[in-house]
Ligand binder design. Structure first.
Ligand code: PLP
Length: 439
């Protein structure tokens, strides 16, 4: 593969700097400040109430709404229009106005890509037709003979892509416990070209140390990519910890309403982005403009949704931990989570996903997840509505039972994507279902 590490040292990790670059076209005036003004603003910030957000370099709540978007030049439409066209007029042969064909680029997609780049604190965003299409594009960077290290509990679709597609293209994969940096270090080979990280992991909510894994990757002249789907950039920005690429399933929290499928990659590395853009265009797994519009609508409310998801999940995790039918709760916001301190360091809050183990049989647990009425029995995650599932019979059913148990995915394990409903309604739903299943 082409190695990109030399460029890595050249870019900063300050989210707000990069974001300003990504929002230079907005009408808010937020980026019209000089360096001196920015410093003055920062000083004033400490003492002055924040009455006018446009006077400051944008914070993530403001970026979520404005980055990458400006009122339409022709009509003043406040929201970016859905540019539902495949081709663009050229003023002379080879002289386009920035767009020539919508697989290659589309203004609604550009707005989304710039918005996502800003949220992750990166210089470049690329949107894809699904999270898997985004992950596939990272694998496109590799060459036959390359070796990849990934967590042993990565998303099943990622595992399938690596094992069942790319092993046939002469890439090799080691799936190891990425919570243990020593284990990862021991797995590094001369041909290691990528370390693939998820944090928090699914469904046991383990936390991986992004900075340590990125350092290991760079020492090996390899890339570090982080799937940030569970945390979202509102809670965790992997580029700031040294990751080279951030990957997303937009289908989850960024879309936020269970009505789109999409994916994204963000990087700060120009050379890497050029390569990703080449594969994005060559493979063509790009999202349509309506999908981009919907995700942009979703990202505007990401901060307020994540605040509620997180508050609800924390409350439910605490109540579940005190319930006699619950043996174990996996939520990084609980003080007894084995990586609570690391999570507190690299995340701004602990997110809306949790799992817990019931003192129950496979059948009792199936009954429990079938009895909830506010929590919908469904796979996927990240929408405003709460979802519940039983990994043993649903998301992880394809893993042989012995292997599943060895990985900690017991018959009594339940995973919940905690939505934004009233927390007491969610708790009442869980309590009633527990009573019904375990009576
Ligand atoms: C962590 C994670 N990454 C990637 C994906 C794949 O995303 P998509 O379903 O949008 O292709 C998923 C899907 O569940 C996921 O949970």
């Amino acid at each position: 593969m082409t190695h990109y590490n030399s460029a890595h040292d050249d870019y900063g990790t300050d989210a707000e700097d990069s974001v300003s670059a990504a929002t230079t076209d907005t009408d808010t005036g937020a980026n019209a400040t000089t360096e001196a003004e920015t410093e003055a603003n920062a000083e004033a910030e400490a003492t002055t109430p924040d009455t006018n957000a446009t006077e400051h370099a944008a914070r993530i709540e403001t970026q979520a709404i404005h980055a990458g978007q400006s009122p339409d030049r022709d009509t003043g439409a406040v929201m970016p229009p859905i540019y539902a066209n495949s081709t663009y007029v050229q003023d002379a042969p080879g002289e386009d106005r920035g767009y020539e064909y919508s697989r290659t680029g589309n203004p609604t997609r550009t707005a989304l890509e710039d918005n996502l780049a800003a949220l992750e604190g990166g210089a470049h965003g690329r949107a894809f037709a699904s999270g898997m299409a985004a992950i596939n594009t990272v694998l496109n960077l590799l060459e036959a003979g390359d070796h990849v290290i990934a967590g042993d509990d990565v998303y099943g679709g990622t595992y399938r892509l690596f094992r069942e597609v790319y092993e046939d293209y002469d890439l090799s994969f080691s799936f190891v416990d990425t919570t243990d940096t020593g284990t990862v270090e021991a797995a590094v080979r001369p041909e290691t070209a990528l370390i693939w990280v998820e944090t928090p992991t699914n469904p046991l909510m383990q936390i991986n140390d992004i900075a340590a894994l990125a350092d290991l990757a760079h020492d090996a002249d390899a890339l570090c990519a982080v799937d940030n789907t569970f945390a979202t950039p509102y809670l965790q920005r992997p580029l700031a910890f040294g990751a080279d690429i951030v990957s997303h399933s937009l289908t989850k929290y960024l879309g936020g309403h269970s009505d789109v499928v999409g994916g994204a990659l963000v990087t700060d590395n120009d050379a890497l982005d050029e390569q990703l853009g080449f594969y994005q265009n060559s493979v063509g797994a790009t999202p349509d403009p309506f999908t981009c519009f919907l995700v942009l609508r979703g990202t505007k409310t990401l901060p307020v949704r994540m605040d509620r998801h997180t508050a609800n999940a924390q409350t439910l995790a605490e109540r579940l931990a005190a319930h006699p039918a619950v043996e174990q709760v996996y939520y990084p916001g609980l003080a007894n989570h084995p990586s609570h301190d690391l999570a507190a360091e690299q995340m701004d809050a602990f997110g809306g996903m949790l799992s817990f183990e019931l003192d129950a049989t496979l059948d009792q647990t199936s009954t429990f997840v079938s009895e909830t009425t506010v929590f919908a029995l469904a796979e996927s995650l990240g929408g405003v509505e709460s979802l519940i599932e039983q990994p043993a019979t649903m998301t992880h059913a394809s893993i042989p039972r012995d292997e599943r148990l060895a990985a900690g995915l017991t018959d009594g394990l339940v995973r919940a994507s905690v939505g934004t409903e009233h927390v007491n309604d969610l708790w009442a739903d869980l309590e009633a279902a527990l009573d019904a299943a375990l009576a």
